[in-house]
Design a protein around this ligand. Structure first.
Ligand code: FAD
Ligand code: NAP
Length: 334
């Protein structure tokens, strides 16, 4: 197995942060994992690098996930089940399913990154979360040197959450995911601007393909392209707060938006909170807050990971002071 030394990580993270891996191993086949697992160094897995902030040069072993393969393993009257290797590009999988008319992940088009990271934070967008199509997740556990397969229920999925971000954090290497895709898609076009975009596209009878295209069009117009401006998507999670707290805030800030989560709680868009604190479009040296979406922190060129970390800390503090809400970082900080 080849270990590469002193490898620049700037092309491997969408924030475009300059850092170096002392040791980097590209994982192309699952069989490598037993040997890598026997090495004592700490292990850091990178897929597409679109949800990490590098604040330091990662020590130990950086493992670049490039496991490939999409395989249909089962079919019944309603579903097709695809086992997908974790290093496949997520958007390629979406387009693969959409081209076959299969439903379930069309609203998740154009999310950067790999299949293996999709269960990590239960990726979601436009009213859809990947948990609803995941049948199972297979991973190599470093400690017991064995493969395990968890059902979706075992994965403890929540809003941008899973067992892989908590009990199993840094303990496993996800090797493949089985997705259950519908042969009779039920489209979800009620979220945000999808309906409007379909009208602009002159689509009267939407399909999975046109919904995916509508999502691609909206995302391309709203979100910064990491190839142009370094970013990792939403830096913070949308907070869920008790209704009572929301009612108090609404009395002080009548325009505060909210979306129901449970009968007792609501979700408040973190982007709105950050914008109200005056951060939208703010720039400090090489980093800043995106002018179109306050939830996205950006690297204008040569920002250090610690610059972005400090900016995020200042944003957290001001939201806490103004609204009494503690935001949580969504991005994984290394
Ligand atoms: P990485 O950044 O490489 O890794 C993320 C974390 O997962 C790290 O801790 C890493 O160690 C771990 N990990 C990665 N692969 C494995 C594996 N095989 N086994 C174990 N651990 C692993 N997210 C959303 O949910 N919805 C969105 O709409 C969305 N939009 C985005 C838009 C932009 C422009 C950007 C830049 C990001 C966006 N994201 C979004 C965030 C990000 O794309 C997703 O979280 C994506 O799933 C990350 O995949 P990745 O392969 O790049 O993960
Ligand atoms: P948006 O549509 O402007 O909405 C702003 C926020 O309000 C979103 O965070 C969203 O929560 C919430 N929201 C809007 N309509 C909603 C509805 N009908 N029901 C429940 N919640 C609603 O957001 P955007 O920035 O343009 O992003 C569009 C979608 O892409 C969102 O789903 C967002 O999560 C996703 N996205 C995620 C990332 C990431 O890195 N995680 C980056 C870019 C975009 P939700 O976030 O819960 O949907």
């Amino acid at each position: 197995m080849t270990i590469q030394h002193n490898i620049p990580l700037q092309p491997l993270n969408t924030f475009g942060i300059h850092a170096e891996a002392a040791n980097l191993i590209t994982i192309n086949i699952e069989d490598q994992l037993a040997e890598v697992g026997a090495m004592p160094q700490p292990k850091h897995i990178i897929g597409g690098g679109s949800n990490i902030l590098l604040t330091t040069n990662p020590g130990g072993l950086v493992l670049l996930n490039r496991l490939k393969g999409i395989e249909q393993i089962q079919e019944d009257d309603s579903y097709i089940y695809l086992r997908v290797a974790s290093g496949e590009v997520w958007h390629h999988l979406v387009m693969h399913t959409v081209q076959q008319g299969l439903g379930g992940i069309e609203n998740l088009a154009l999310i950067p990154g790999t299949v293996g990271a999709s269960p990590m934070q239960n990726i979601g967008a436009y009213g859809v979360e990947v948990k609803d199509t995941i049948q199972s997740v297979t991973f190599w556990h470093w400690a017991d040197a064995k493969m395990h397969t968890y059902t979706a229920a075992d994965c403890q999925f929540g809003y941008r959450e899973s067992i892989f971000k908590h009990q199993l954090k840094d303990q496993v290497y996800i090797t493949s995911v089985v997705y259950k895709l519908s042969k009779h898609p039920v489209l979800n076009t009620s979220y945000g601007a999808i309906e409007q975009e379909l009208q602009t596209m002159h689509v009267t009878t939407p399909t999975v393909a046109t919904v995916a295209q509508a999502v691609i069009n909206i995302r391309s117009s709203k979100l910064p392209d990491p190839a142009v401006t370094g970013n990792a998507g939403s830096f913070f999670k949308n907070p869920t707060i008790p209704i009572a707290q929301y009612e108090t805030l609404k009395a002080q800030h009548p325009t505060i938006p909210s979306y129901p989560v449970t009968p007792d709680t609501v979700k408040v868009p973190a982007g709105w909170l950050i914008e109200q604190c005056g951060w939208k479009g703010y720039r400090r040296g090489n980093c800043g807050v995106h002018p179109k979406q306050a939830l996205v922190l950006v690297n204008y060129g040569a920002a250090l990971g610690t610059d972005i970390w400090q900016l995020s800390t200042d944003i957290l503090r001001s939201v806490q002071e103004k609204f009494g809400i503690e935001l949580e970082r969504e991005v994984n900080v290394w």
